[in-house]
Design a protein around this ligand. Structure first.
Ligand code: NAD
Length: 499
């Protein structure tokens, strides 16, 4: 069986004393094994990154950019190969896997243009003969810890900017689908990245804790679930590192009475059930304002009738399985418990039937679920389920919808569907969520902007990728300069004044 190990200082390496299974979620078969790094292996990776730092940060910006231009080419040309790797370990359908590669390419393109963003500032003659300028310099070795649900895109969210800014990286991908990260590291190498600049260690808490506690790691980027994000934030910041830790989500889609029912229903189906709901920007709560609820539910019900669920490698499949058997069972437990919480299950995915066919019992499949009468206080409403389960909350007014969304612990993404520009504008002003869509159900910002939620969806103050990543992955230095002139030298023990 293939063993996925680590990629340290440009080489495939690693002991296999501790390992974990990697499943093909469509068949339920543990088809690969992943090595879990020991603390000393992680220290080896950190040492490789530290050793590569001086030469990499001294490499010209144009040469750094060249790596990203070549990487872009490799990713674009070999998207099907990478997408197949993602599907074989994550389960999402191939077109969706290719979609995540293409969104990751945006971060590579952004990194290739970084010269523009690394420009500092300069003020001339702040005092007679004195100029001041600022520069942005790398922070050092960066640790990147990523979740299972986007094994290509989320690593690229982090490593592209971190490396372009002159840092070196140790990436710890999810142990559930680790192969894509190794593929990416090899692609970077092929694109000309020097060995040691990007290292990958596979593993679990042992690897993560070693990264968080190492004095040689200066910054930590994390994306994953909220409890882990919070603990990572606390531990790494207690160790004096800068940290950005993105957590979980519960994204609401507010549908106003004036919305186009058919369009809103199609958007809700795509955003709730795409990638089996395992997206941090998936819509999981539909907030129907007023009388639109019934026609909206009728339209959604009609649209999902023939939705094909199956092996992601089958071009006919529109939705694949969940990541593990345990996760599938946890997702289904919310549906099974819904009636007991007072909600009404309109479509029951736990029956595991789609388009009239029974789903393969060996794979980690569940059907799609649609639940009406969901209310705050229900576990179904409060928790992140991370599966193909859409809950409907009925409210009477715009104000009630806003109050509902703002009271939720998560604030990652939100969308409003309306034909009224004034309502949309007011929503943008009122809503306490980091990313807002107006008639756009999954408002993941394009690579030139930054991505991040509010409240329990983000610990730290920097959003990820885009301009905020340049701020996060660099330290600014301000230089005050005076060159000798003919002014007589003077001793002055007072605080320097520029007047
Ligand atoms: P997870 O929190 O279980 O794992 C994320 C990473 O942390 C993995 O690399 C994992 O190995 C590591 N990890 C897990 N337990 C740990 C522990 N006790 N100590 C140290 N490290 C640990 O998340 P997941 O299940 O892989 O991913 C799904 C979650 O990620 C969802 O909650 C989803 O909303 C969230 N997510 C958020 C965003 C965002 O941008 N906000 C994006 C993608 C996913």
């Amino acid at each position: 069986m293939t063993v996925i190990r680590h990629f340290i200082d440009g080489a495939d390496t690693g002991e296999t004393e501790r390992t974990g299974p990697v499943y093909n979620p469509a068949t339920g078969e543990a088809h690969r094994t992943v090595a879990f790094a020991s603390a000393s292996e992680v220290e080896q990776a950190i040492a490789a990154a530290k050793a590569a730092l001086p030469a990499w940060r001294a490499t010209s910006l144009i040469k750094r950019a060249d790596v990203f231009f070549r990487l872009r080419q490799i990713l674009a040309e070999r998207t099907p190969e990478l997408a197949a790797i993602v599907t074989s370990e994550h389960g999402k359908v191939l077109s969706d896997a290719a979609g995540e590669v293409s969104r990751g390419i945006e971060n590579v393109e952004f990194a290739a243009g970084l010269v523009h963003l690394l420009k500092g500032e300069r003020a001339e003659q702040v005092a007679r003969g004195v100029d001041v300028h600022s520069v942005k310099q790398p922070v050092g070795v960066v640790a990147c810890i990523t979740p299972f649900n986007f094994p290509v895109m989320v690593p690229l969210w982090m490593v592209a900017s971190a490396i372009a800014c002159g840092n070196t990286v140790v990436l710890k991908p999810s142990e559930k689908d680790p192969s894509a990260a190794i593929w990416l590291a090899k692609a970077f190498q092929e694109a000309g990245l020097p060995d040691g600049v990007l290292n990958v260690v596979n593993g679990d808490k042992v690897a993560v804790d070693t990264l968080l506690d190492s004095p040689d790691v200066k910054a930590v980027s994390f994306v994953g679930s909220t409890p882990i994000a919070k603990s990572i934030y606390e531990r790494a910041s207690a160790n004096g590192k800068r940290v950005q830790a993105l957590g979980g989500a519960k994204n609401h889609m507010v549908v106003m009475p004036d919305a186009d029912v058919d369009g809103a229903a199609a958007a809700a189906v795509s955003a709730a059930y795409g990638s089996a709901g395992e997206r941090c920007m998936a819509v999981s709560v539909l907030v129907a304002v007023g009388e639109i609820a019934d026609p909206l539910i009728a339209s959604i019900t009609e649209k999902v009738q023939n939705l094909r669920i199956g092996d992601g490698t089958d071009a006919a499949s529109e939705m694949g399985p969940l990541i593990t058997r345990e996760h599938r069972d946890r997702v289904e437990s919310y549906v099974t418990g819904a009636a007991g919480e007072g909600a009404t299950v309109l479509i029951d995915g736990t029956k595991r039937i789609a388009a009239g066919e029974r789903l393969d019992e060996n794979g980690f499949f569940t059907g799609i679920s649609l639940i009406d009468g969901v209310k705050p206080g229900m576990k179904l409403y409060e928790d992140e389920i991370f599966g193909p389960v859409l809950g409907v909350v009925r409210v009477d007014s715009y104000a009630e919808a806003v109050e509902l969304v703002n009271a939720h612990q998560f604030g990652n993404g939100v969308a409003i569907f309306t034909r009224d520009g004034g309502t949309a504008r007011q929503f943008e002003f009122d809503i306490e969520v980091g990313m807002v869509g107006v008639n756009v159900p999954i408002p993941v910002p394009v690579g030139a902007f930054s991505f991040g939620g509010w409240k329990a969806s983000l610990f730290g103050d920097s959003h990820i990728y885009g301009p905020e990543s340049v701020h996060f992955y660099t330290r600014s230095k301000v230089v005050t300069t005076r060159w000798p002139d003919n002014t007589p030298a003077q001793v002055d023990l007072g605080f320097p004044s520029n007047h």
